[in-house]
Write a protein that binds this ligand. Sequence first.
Ligand SMILES: O=C(O)CCC(=O)C(=O)O
Length: 287
Amino acid sequence: MMRAMAELQTRDRDTPLDELLAILDADGGVIIRDLLDEEARQAIVDDLSDAYGGTAPGSKSGSEQWEVFHGQNTIRFCGLAARSRAFVDHALLNPVFTAMTDEVLHGVGTDYWLNTSQVMAVGPGEPAQYLHRDENNWPEAINDEREVTLSCMFALSDFTFENGATAVVPGSQRLPAGVMRGHEVDPEDVAYAEMPAGAGMVYSGKVVHGAGENTSDEWRYGMHVSFVAAWLRPEEASPIAVDRETAATLPERARQLLGWSSYHSDGGGRTWLLDFEDVADLFESAG
Ligand SMILES: O=C(O)CCC(=O)C(=O)O
């Protein structure tokens, strides 16, 4: 494995939004320090510790393609909003990530919602994941002129080249549609999202990336959160993971992002209704 020649840029969380968006546009990804402060990061780690300890590495998919993709020594589990209120308050509603998403997905429909919240903890000896683009989940919606999804990889532990920091090909977001899973690139064109715990990398749905190889003897504890245009079906069925009782305890915007509200298109169409009513009406008397 070669060390990278390509690089990703890193900024502080109070960097002006325009600057973060300009780097995202140029490179396809930007690392932001302290997206989670230490208290929030620790609270999320504590809330997820039972699931983390209770999840065997490897894929549950039963499909060879997904088993390779998920990795044999990588711990993955979803439904983080059901497991951690700190996740909701600090990651799902993260002010920097959501402000960036507001801009990037603005105009691609009237709103977006959670695609998936997923622990991606890469274990010692795990080979590099094959490179891919997140937007390939929705091949019918791909359009070179617009994004339909935006992701953030939060570092719950330090990310290093040795422990499997996410591999990213800066600039690859400009390649035309047709980049498929397993895309091959020159190793010199690959950058690695090396970042301290608490930082996060926000990255385009079009940028070619994948988990790096873990040659160390430690676990790289990542937490992926992604949003998708609200007229597309997300990877994760959030309102099944987060039940109505739990949803009622959450802020209104969190409920919307988790699918506990309906979608109103610009043209007046309404989808994801409950007997013709907006799902959000279920919580009318809730705070
Ligand atoms: O774990 C990582 O660094 C990236 C993983 C990824 O892109 C994925 O599983 O979709």
